[in-house]
Design a protein around this ligand. Structure first.
Ligand code: KIV
Length: 271
């Protein structure tokens, strides 16, 4: 591989090549076919069917309620639009926490029942054995440490992690342990930029940041957040690349007005 243009399908090898060559990795979430098609056409490297599906698609307060069946259903829809990007699927809460075997079985289910190329799970040292077992079976694993939303009830808030020395040390150990267990990439969520830099420099696998500063090997955002669809959610790490909520509200208001005024449909729009 000598240039990004030659990439036919983003794989674990591509991501490692991008890191080695100092090129950044772009990642976004998708939960449906139409959005996935737009991300793919724009040239995104990784599409994550995130368990943020629970919040932004299902309207829940946390990521906890989403199920394996629902993740698989949405992955099938998203995958139909993707040919170049790597498809990564979040393993939902309680699909891998119970035991190593349970996690292994569920990771296998995702790759067996969908065209996804990898799974993602939250946790560091305590998940090393699970990650090892899954990767040994040929299933690529993306780790996720720092602020891990499936542990929200333990954390008590969505505040930044790793600010004090002990927590930073713990996160660094988690990162090393996830890499040693065989993961091909690691999401770093809401940790100080200098800690993310240290982790990124000490790992061979690429780091993908969300609220973790510019030194990560790549960045990920929740698509409805960065498109300005989710007006009630504006943490500092989200940049709004569009204001789709305003656009949509205006379009719908114009439609309602046209219907009420009998301006829609016109003769040209009728049979
Ligand atoms: O569920 C999700 O969307 C994630 C993030 C890393 C974006 O895990």
């Amino acid at each position: 591989m000598s240039s990004e243009k030659e990439i036919k399908r983003v794989t674990t090898l591509t991501l490692s090549w991008l890191k080695k060559n100092g090129k950044k990795i772009s990642a976004l979430t998708a939960y449906d076919f139409i959005t996935a098609k737009l991300l793919e056409e724009a040239g995104i490297d990784i599409v994550l069917i995130g368990d943020s599906l629970s919040n932004v698609f299902q309207g829940n307060d946390t990521t906890l309620p989403v199920t394996m069946d629902e993740m698989i259903y949405h992955t099938k829809a998203v995958s139909k639009a993707i040919s170049r990007a790597m498809i990564v699927v979040d393993m939902p809460f309680m699909s891998y926490q119970l035991s190593v075997d349970e996690g292994f079985r569920n990771a296998g289910r995702i790759l067996k029942e969908t065209p996804a190329g990898a799974v993602k799970l939250e946790g560091g040292v305590r998940l090393a054995e699970t990650i090892r077992k899954i990767t040994d079976a040929g299933i690529p694993v993306m780790g996720h440490i720092g602020l891990t939303p499936q542990s929200i009830h333990k954390f008590g808030s969505y505040r930044e992690r790793g600010k004090d020395i002990d927590e930073a040390e713990e996160i660094l150990n988690d990162a090393k342990s996830v890499e040693q267990a065989g993961a091909f990439a690691l999401v770093l969520e809401k940790i100080p930029a200098d800690l993310a830099k240290k982790i990124t420099e000490s790992l061979k696998i690429p780091t993908i940041g969300i609220g973790a500063g510019v030194h990560c090997d790549g960045q990920i955002l929740v698509t409805p957040d960065m498109l300005g669809l989710n007006v009630d959610f504006h943490p500092r790490f989200v940049r709004h690349y569009a204001k789709l909520a305003d656009e949509i509200t205006n379009a719908v208001k114009n439609y309602i007005e046209d219907v009420k005024q009998k301006k829609f449909p016109s003769d040209d729009e009728s049979y």
